[in-house]
Design a protein around this ligand. Sequence first.
Ligand code: 5RP
Length: 218
Amino acid sequence: MTPQDALKQQVARAAIKYIKGESIIGVGTGSTVNFFIDMLAEHKHEIDGAISSSIVSTERLQKIGIPVLELSEVSSIGVYVDGADEVTPHKKMLKGGGGALTREKIVAAVSKKFVCIVDDSKCVDVMGKFPLPVEVIPMARSYVARELVKLGGQPEWRENFVTDNSGEILDVHNLDISNPVALERTINQIAGVITVGLFAERDADVVLIGKGTEVITL
Ligand code: 5RP
């Protein structure tokens, strides 16, 4: 296991305590969350089921015997555990490196508590070094790209990638994300945008950061 994977496993373990007393949990997507899912195997009798943010996480959950429910079957989710590509000290996140941003944003919206799990390489003061994923309706791809250029970004089409919602992704380089809430709103307004990977309006409630041998809680 690489040192970074060891940190991911460490924060995944620390997130387990947040599922205590919850019947339905939300589960994100990505390599950090995969460690969390693997650890859930030992706790599956403590929950009634999970709401998953992607097909890949659904398959991993089902493989270990955790029932995956439809979001429409539940009125709320106690806790949602997910990773991030970047996270600020204000708990704002940039997500979507794995392309699951739309379902992640929906699950986050329905959840009472968002627990973000990251290794310390994801911690930044200002987001934007990692290109910002924007999921679009395919016919709007070029139009949205031109609008993103007007905002100062350099969009790059994630070729040969189709999301779980049949959308496409533009990865936007060099954006100024000094005001993430405002930028999230602006990009959301562009016709054809399904979701922007800024999780600023609905940010994390808790951030667990794996650093050295410790887990730091924000
Ligand atoms: C997927 C995501 C992931 O949370 C993000 O990409 C982090 O993934 P990893 O834990 O593999 O670094 O937003 O859409």
